[in-house]
Design a protein around this ligand. Structure first.
Ligand SMILES: [Zn+2]
Length: 196
C-alpha cells in the first residue's frame, strides 16, 4: 500500500475520501435533514465467513454477489446493505457510500436512546471475524480515517455494532482493541463504547 498523508483521509465536501479506493454502492439514501453525523460505528465482516481478500464484500455491497461461489451466499443473496468504508487486511481503505449519504450498515439499532443509527452514523467495516485479531495495518488506517472524520464532522462517539444492536450483533468482536485505536487516533476515553 502506498504511503498516504493524513490530509488524504479528509473527506471532500461531497463526502468522498481521496485516500480510499472508490467502489460506489447503490445501497444508500439521503440522511434526514438537520441531523448531525456524530457517531462512528465499527463492524467486522468477511465473505465467505472466515475468508479474506476474496472480493466478495465489494460484490455484496454492489448487489452483484455470485451466489454459486459459496453455499452461505444463498442466505444473503437478496440482502441489500452497505457501509461507508471497508478496511482490508492489508490496510487498504475502500469507500462505498459518501459520508454525506446514509449507508445501510446498522439495521435496527439504538445509541443512547436514539433509534436508527444509520441516520446519524458513519459505518466502518474492518475485514475480519470475531475469532481472529485484526492487523496492525488495519488499526493504522482506522486511526487515520477516524482522525479525519472527527475534523470533518461533529463526531462525539464511537461504538461497535454490538453496542448499538446488542443481542442481535456481535461485531466487531472481542479481538477489536478499542484502546489501541484510541491511542493511535488520539481519542479521549469518553468517546469509546462501554468497555467490558
Ligand atoms: Zn456489523
Amino acid at each position: 500500500m502506498a504511503e498516504v498523508s493524513g490530509a488524504d483521509f479528509m473527506p471532500s465536501v461531497d463526502g468522498w475520501v481521496p485516500a480510499a479506493r472508490h467502489v460506489p454502492s447503490p445501497n444508500f439514501d439521503a440522511r434526514p435533514a438537520d441531523l448531525p453525523t456524530d457517531l462512528v460505528v465499527i463492524h467486522n465482516i468477511s465473505l465467505p465467513p472466515g475468508q479474506f481478500g476474496t472480493g466478495d464484500i465489494e460484490a455484496f455491497f454492489q448487489n452483484r454477489l455470485d451466489v454459486t461461489r459459496d453455499p452461505f451466499f444463498e442466505q444473503i443473496r437478496d440482502v441489500q446493505v452497505s457501509a461507508h468504508f471497508l478496511i482490508a487486511r492489508d490496510g487498504e481503505l475502500v469507500q462505498f457510500v459518501a459520508c454525506t449519504q446514509r449507508a445501510w450498515h446498522a439495521g435496527q439499532s439504538a445509541f443512547c436512546g436514539r433509534q436508527r443509527c444509520n441516520d446519524f452514523s458513519i459505518g466502518i467495516e474492518i475485514e475480519g471475524t470475531d475469532e481472529v485479531p485484526f492487523t496492525a495495518a488495519q488499526y493504522e488506517t482506522a486511526a487515520a480515517l477516524v482522525r479525519a472524520l472527527q475534523l470533518a464532522y461533529p463526531i462525539t462517539a464511537l461504538a461497535g455494532h454490538s453496542d448499538i444492536a446488542p443481542g442481535r450483533k456481535t461485531d466487531p468482536g472481542p479481538h477489536f482493541d478499542w484502546n489501541r485505536l484510541a491511542k493511535l487516533a488520539d481519542l479521549p476515553a469518553g468517546m469509546l463504547p462501554y468497555q467490558p
